[in-house]
Design a protein around this ligand. Structure first.
Ligand code: COI
Length: 355
């Protein structure tokens, strides 16, 4: 029995924590918040180191009205998934990459951050304590949302004096209401998502609020999501609201290079590595939207979205259909990635962490 399991079993809970599965309709999970049992939190001390941290019942948190997160947007999110394999093992996928990405984001946002080890420990404890919320094999995953935010109070514009690292989870299945059907994307030609020198390359909360209205308008017109262009020329593809984008052209797979405006997705990185292993040529570079015309397949990648096929991309009011065809390359990449994440394909790269 690990220290964590011992700790959790000693906690005063609902008495249902021993059940194998929580009472969830596993066949009808989407991407809505499902309240789980526990969350994990730790705070930084004055020197910037984080305390050991502990689990508490999932619930509201208290914040000073002058907290850095509320006043000056000092906040980062991460997204991860824990899968239950057919053999019952619960697996995390490349958690150290999330930890490192949070560190990088913290530097950009003038925040202290937990060590890689503390990050992974907090995530592990959250999963173990909420094990009954990890969906059965093939029914989805426990989505984990590590947060880092300025919890210290400050009136003038300055970095918070204290930061909180918090992890919660929610069982999820498909991110889009379209399920696994191909997405129809709307190209936003006026409002960019990020600009050179900004925070587009890190997972700052400040990247997400400003796209909500653009997304709302696109969704009201029946689109699944929005594809953003570069702020400078408005000629090149950048990314979709919550995912990276790829084009397939024969044996070549093309995706916008991470130049500071595009989020370095962990699914993006993993798909690139899988594609190279399979013998595809992968090009990370500037990708003019014009090039969409030559694409045989288009797909998006992200932790929440997975590897999602794109069926059409619309410029203004002229709907241009990009046939996904049978989407064989997308399907191949998706099935290998999911196979590794769920333990059904041997993990030769040491990507999965059993907890
Ligand atoms: C993720 O893919 O995990 C994300 O953080 C994107 C989020 C906006 C849903």
């Amino acid at each position: 029995v690990s220290v964590v399991e011992e700790h959790v079993s000693k906690m005063v809970g609902t008495g249902r924590e021993d059940e194998e599965y929580a009472d969830v309709d596993w066949d009808n999970l989407g991407f809505s918040l499902v309240r789980t049992d526990y969350m994990f939190a730790t705070r930084s001390c004055r020197e910037g180191n984080f305390e050991q941290g502990c689990l508490s019942r999932y619930g509201n948190i208290e914040l000073n009205p002058a907290a850095g997160i509320l006043n000056y947007g000092q906040g980062l999110i991460e997204g991860m998934k824990a899968y239950r394999g057919e053999d019952g093992r619960v697996l995390l996928f490349r958690p150290e990459l999330n930890a490192v990405r949070m560190k990088k984001g913290a530097e950009r946002m003038c925040m202290h951050s937990p060590s890689v080890q503390q990050f992974i420990e907090g995530v592990k404890q959250t999963v173990l304590a909420n094990r009954r919320w990890v969906p059965p094999p093939g029914k989805g995953s426990l989505y984990l949302r590590p947060l880092l935010f300025g919890s210290g109070a400050s009136l003038g514009l300055s970095a918070a004096s204290e930061f909180t690292f918090l992890v919660f989870g929610s069982p999820v299945q498909n991110y889009f209401k379209e399920g696994t059907s191909a997405l129809n994307l709307y190209v936003e030609e006026v409002i960019p998502r990020a600009y050179l020198g900004g925070s587009g390359g890190v997972k700052s909360i400040s990247n997400y609020g400003p796209v909500l209205e653009v997304m709302r308008r696109a969704k009201a017109r029946g689109f699944s999501d929005v594809l953003y262009l570069d702020a400078e020329t408005k000629k090149n593809m950048e990314e979709v609201s919550a995912s990276n984008i790829f084009l397939v052209k024969g044996n070549t797979i093309v995706t916008p290079a991470t130049n500071g405006t595009i989020l370095g997705g962990i699914t993006r990185k993993s798909v690139i590595e899988i594609a190279i292993d399979l013998g595809y040529k992968v090009e990370e570079r500037v990708v003019p939207v014009e090039e969409l015309k030559e694409a045989e397949e288009v797909f998006c990648t992200g932790t929440a979205t997975g590897v999602a096929s794109v069926g059409s991309i619309t410029f203004q009011n002229t709907r241009t259909e990009y046939k996904v065809g049978d989407g064989l390359v997308t399907q191949q990449l998706r099935s290998i990635l999911v196979g590794i994440q769920t333990g059904s394909i041997q993990d030769t790269k040491n990507w999965v962490l059993e907890i």
